[in-house]
Structure formats: C-alpha cells, structure tokens
Ligand binder design. Structure first.
Ligand SMILES: C[S@@+](CC[C@H](N)C(=O)[O-])C[C@H]1O[C@@H](n2cnc3c(N)ncnc32)[C@H](O)[C@@H]1O
Length: 215
C-alpha cells in the first residue's frame, strides 16, 4: 500500500482515540520494535470485529504494548466482558500497566506475564474470540492449544500470516519464523474443524471460525 493510500484510508475511518495515539507515540519512544504495535487501521478493525462477534471472553497471545488489547476491550459490550492477554517479556509489565490505567477500558484487560503455552493451561472456561500474535515460530502450537479452548462457533484471529510476503519465497530461503507461519497457514487451510479467510491487511490477518459441531 502506498503512503498516500494509507493516509486516505486513515482519514476516512474512525479516528484513533487520544489514549491510543499517546500509547503509539510512547511505544515508538520507549520500546524496541515499535512496528509490532497494531496501529490505527488494524486497531479499528479489531474493535469492529469484536463489536460484530460480541464475545464475552477474549484471549490475546502476545500483548507487547497493549495497543491491540485495548482495541479488543473497546469493542466489548460492557464491563462484564473481559480480555485476558499473555505477554512473555516481564520488562513490558510496567509499560503495559501504566497504559491500561490511562485507558477508559483498561479495567477490562487482565494481563498475565509468562509463556502463553504455560499460562493457557490455567484457563478452564471457553473463549469466544482468540487473537494470536506472539512468537511466529510457535503458531502451530498456539493453534492446537487454543482451539479446544474456543467455544463452537467462536473465532480465532491470527496476525502476520503473510509475514511481509515471505510466505511465497522459495522454501530454501525460509527462516524459522517464515517456516512457522507457513506451517500454520498449511495446517489451517486443510483443517476440517474450521472455516478460514486471509485478509491481506498490513502483514496478513487470518480469520478462522470453529465449526458449530466441533467441541
Ligand atoms: C507482535 S507483538 C504483539 C503486538 C500486540 N498484540 C499488538 O498488536 O499491539 C508479539 C509479542 O509476543 C510476545 N511473545 C513472544 N513469545 C511469547 C510467548 N511464548 N508467550 C507470550 N508472549 C510472547 C513478545 O514478547 C511480543 O511482545
């Protein structure tokens, strides 16, 4: 997408709330790899999808600066609904809690510090929506662990599934992260338990729906 087209889109969609503008700026000033932050367009899409799906329980793997967690929380119907989000890097905890406190919906977000695959074992209630955005090498493992924890008819959204276009590079050029994303895409493409679609938005976003007859 050209810069002009991106500007045009951002000028014609819902504006980015002030607290998220501040969070985005702070992410660029204080954190490494600020490109990992979802940003205005993807953030508004996440909020829209949450509004459409109307989940009560949302799970996110990979919190980073909590930008996406807050967009997911914004879309929730009310304060009875919640987002559980898991982040491996404990050095992000202060940044995250500071920005959750500054958000009008921060109290809907519950942060868990640790490895997603370990923390996941603590949850026994099913989720309605799960956003996968942690280590690209482990997407297959995340998928297999979260699918049983998703209610029938529930949704998974997986980010970075086109991985900067590297998914179409010759296999011999693939690094570990590209291999992880390709294995995930192949698994989901052939999985009879779900429906799926890939949106070529930003770095690729796959939307997956667990079939109603799957437990
Ligand atoms: C792409 S960033 C997440 C961006 C965030 N979801 C957003 O859209 O604003 C990926 C995050 O996943 C975290 N991560 C990596 N491996 C993880 C793991 N095994 N468990 C939990 N988090 C992990 C990284 O530390 C990093 O902060």
């Amino acid at each position: 997408m050209t810069d002009d087209l991106e500007r045009y889109i951002l000028d014609h969609i819902d504006s980015e709330p002030d607290n998220l503008q501040r969070l985005d700026r702070d992410t660029h000033l204080r954190l490494l790899y600020p490109r990992m932050c979802s940003g205005h367009l993807q953030g508004r899409l996440l909020k829209m999808l949450v509004t459409m799906i109307a989940p009560r329980r949302v799970l996110e793997l990979g919190t980073y600066s909590a930008y996406a967690a807050l967009c997911l929380a914004e879309g929730l119907a009310d304060d009875q609904c919640r987002v559980d989000t898991i982040e491996l890097d404990d050095e992000l905890e202060d940044f995250i809690t500071e920005h959750l406190a500054q958000s009008p919906v921060g109290h809907r977000v519950h942060l868990h510090i640790g490895d997603a695959l370990e923390i996941l074992e603590q949850f026994d209630q099913p989720f309605d929506l799960i956003y996968i955005d942690a280590n690209k090498r482990d997407y297959v493992a995340y998928y297999e662990h979260v699918l049983p924890r998703l209610r029938p008819g529930g949704f998974i959204i997986a980010d970075n599934t086109l991985w900067d276009g590297k998914v179409t590079d010759p296999v011999e050029h693939h690094d570990a992260q590209t291999r992880g994303i390709c294995a995930f895409n192949d698994l989901v493409a052939d999985d009879l338990r779900v429906q799926r679609v890939i949106l070529p938005l930003r770095d690729g976003l796959t939307i997956i729906r667990k079939l109603d007859n799957q437990q």
